[in-house]
Design a protein around this ligand. Structure first.
Ligand SMILES: NC(=O)c1ccc[n+]([C@@H]2O[C@H](COP(=O)([O-])OP(=O)(O)OC[C@H]3O[C@@H](n4cnc5c(N)ncnc54)[C@H](O)[C@@H]3O)[C@@H](O)[C@H]2O)c1
Length: 342
């Protein structure tokens, strides 16, 4: 197949390219990425070096560009990772989130209509469901997003449903849990903690760190997305979960342990959200498991490997944490609460 991987220079998208190149020798990949603050060429150097993937710089909302790529490269399937992805940033301003996560998705759906594309996978998130005290969400649970980020992702999901119902567009949606692994932009919890601790700084934890998230290794998440692409039923959504629920403070403790550091390196900070912080995410993933997918990476092992990857790949993350957009965000968001520990 010829795959168009949108957002392929980001965290999960680049790991997905590696996964496909490793597992499906006949597939070729075109990466379309806007290289926002979160996308970097250094993230896909190895992917492009295989000679089976090429890079196009552009935005998914650019309808003409997308159509041109679909025709020129005879694209069979689209996997869309392109998104504004950081919840905390969406609290500071939501416009970019709407542009990419809503208008961008519609642009891809429209482009599918008059092209030879046989499948599109829209990569979404468990955050569209909101927060759940007990039990698990199924794919039929209502979408009740609580932040501008998750609301924009829910809008993207619903546009996919509408395209399928109205035009029969062969689109599938995946809703994955919190993902960790190599090449994750260091604003998200695990790489944020690793890179701050490795540079001698304190790592900030909201409140007592009691929020519960489901963690999944990026290789498992990518394998599930690929299973949905090749075996899923168009028009359907699939939850992707390792059923691995952890409180944030437990994740923090395991990172400290892997780095041989103690609790004194954590600074507890008040949550900047004026309303409630989503307390717990938990999904039933029997639907994707029925397609033959099973997670393979145990959390303790995956986390140890990930922490080691950040320890050994300062060359990748150092220029990012020293970049202007990164420093501006950390100062603006954490400055008021971290004070002298910034
Ligand atoms: N990281 C997680 O824990 C997680 C969990 C579940 C779902 N997801 C979803 O997975 C997808 C990928 O997440 P990620 O963590 O890899 O994100 P990321 O922020 O690391 O990467 C996003 C990529 O999209 C590119 N991009 C942004 N706007 C674009 C546009 N308009 N046109 C083209 N490219 C654009 C960026 O340059 C970047 O390379 C997202 O849709 C996200 O909602 C992420």
């Amino acid at each position: 197949m010829n795959l168009l991987v949108c957002g392929g220079a980001g965290f999960i998208g680049s790991n997905y390219c590696r996964y496909v190149l490793r597992t499906v020798p006949e597939d070729r990949i075109v990466i379309l990425d806007a290289l926002t603050y979160a996308g970097h060429r250094s993230t896909i150097e190895d992917v492009l070096a295989t000679g089976r993937a090429e890079f196009v710089h552009g935005r998914i909302e650019d309808r003409d560009r997308v159509r041109q790529i679909l025709t020129e490269h005879r694209i069979d399937a689209i996997v869309n990772f392109a998104a504004e992805t950081h919840n905390d940033r969406s609290l500071l301003g939501a416009e970019e989130f709407l542009r990419t996560n809503v208008l961008g998705v519609q642009s891809l759906l429209d482009a599918c209509l008059d092209s030879g594309v046989q499948r599109m996978v829209q990569v979404s998130t468990d955050e569209v469901y909101g927060s759940i005290g007990s039990g698990k969400w199924t794919e039929e649970s209502p979408l009740l997003p609580n932040t501008p980020y998750s609301a924009s992702k829910a809008a993207g999901d619903l546009l996919c449903r509408a395209a399928f119902v109205t035009y029969g567009t062969p689109v599938l949606v995946t809703r994955g849990g919190n993902t960790y692994g190599p090449y994750q932009y260091p604003e998200k919890l695990i790489p944020f903690f690793c890179t701050r601790l490795l540079t001698g700084k304190k790592a900030p934890l909201y409140g007592e760190g009691e929020q519960v998230r489901e963690w999944i290794h990026v290789d498992d998440h990518c394998a599930a997305i690929d299973t949905v692409l090749r075996k899923g039923v168009p028009g359907e959504a699939y939850n992707i979960s390792d059923a691995n629920e952890r409180q944030n403070r437990e994740v923090a403790a395991k990172i400290l342990e892997a780095l041989g550091m103690d609790e004194s390196r954590i600074k507890r900070i008040p949550d900047p959200r004026k309303g409630a912080h989503d307390q717990r995410y938990s999904m039933d993933s029997s639907k994707v498991r029925a397609l033959g997918w099973e997670p393979q990476v145990p959390f303790e092992e995956g986390l140890r490997q990930t922490v080691n990857w950040y320890r050994e790949n300062e060359r990748w993350w150092r220029p990012i944490v020293e970049s202007e957009p990164y420093r501006r965000f950390v100062e603006r968001f954490y400055g008021p609460v971290l004070g002298e520990d910034l």
